[in-house]
Ligand binder design. Structure first.
Ligand SMILES: O=P(O)(O)OC[C@H]1O[C@H](OP(=O)(O)OP(=O)(O)O)[C@H](O)[C@@H]1O
Ligand SMILES: O=c1cc[nH]c(=O)[nH]1
Ligand SMILES: [Mg+2]
Length: 217
């Protein structure tokens, strides 16, 4: 498994991540969702640089041009809820992609512990395709792990890209150990050092799903 950090050297991406984190700017959910979406667009562009391109002729009104077009068949998969705006950003760029959705959520018990539950998955055949699995937050890594395993039932992709904007170091280590030797690239915006007692990333940004779509019972 390979890890790619896309915030070095700094670019305009760092402003979008700063806005996601900012407790004042977070009060605007439209901007929060749009920042997730445009970061999804930036990841899409970076991931496209890893594709295989083949020369193809394009007939214009005045002649014939040669362009390099990628050959990969892409499936975009995202983890509900917080993955949806990033999914939309990736889909803006990979507009011919097939799509998969997985519900993985933390179900808390009265003592504050939680399990991750997967109750819904909708995915096409994945054999020999490029799978891009998105979730803006990689905290413990459990949601990515369970989603990855659930998607394996739909076939073996040629390559898998896992995309997160804010990760904890513990989550990165967990995913790296789990997927050692697999044809996987883990794309990251930033890595924060800490997870708190409730497995939230510190400083992180809070709860991405709630900030995008409101609190839930
Ligand atoms: O790495 P993990 O420890 O599994 O944590 C990360 C997951 O937690 C959040 O989802 P949450 O359960 O809050 O659902 P939501 O997106 O609906 O808010 C986040 O969007 C990730 O899916
Ligand atoms: O810090 C975290 C951890 C999990 N999910 C979030 O939205 N934020
Ligand atoms: Mg949440």
């Amino acid at each position: 498994m390979e890890i790619k950090h896309i915030n070095h050297p700094p670019t305009i991406l760092n402003r979008y991540i700063a806005e996601l984190r900012d407790i004042h700017i977070q009060k605007d959910p439209l901007r929060f969702r749009r920042n997730l979406e445009r970061i999804g667009e930036i990841f899409a562009y970076e991931i496209s640089k890893t594709f295989t391109f083949k020369e193809q002729e394009v007939k214009t009104p005045l002649g014939v041009a040669t362009e390099f077009l990628h050959e990969e068949e892409i499936v975009l998969a995202s983890i509900l809820r917080a993955g949806i705006p990033m999914h939309n950003g990736l889909l803006n760029y990979f507009d011919r992609a097939e799509n998969a959705f997985i519900s993985a959520y933390r179900k808390y018990t009265e003592d504050g512990e939680f399990d991750i539950h997967i109750e819904y998955i909708s995915a096409p055949d994945l054999n020999n395709k490029v799978l891009i699995l998105t979730d803006p937050m990689l905290a413990t890594g459990s949601s990515i792990e369970l989603s990855y395993k659930a998607l394996q039932k739909n076939g073996k992709p040629a390559h898998i890209h896992i995309v997160s904007i804010i990760a904890s170091q513990a989550g990165v280590d967990y995913v790296r150990n789990m997927l050692a030797g697999e044809p996987v690239t883990l794309w990251l915006g930033v890595v924060d050092e800490e997870l708190n007692a409730k497995s939230y990333i510190i400083p992180g940004l809070g709860d991405a799903g709630d900030l995008a779509y409101g609190s839930k019972l």
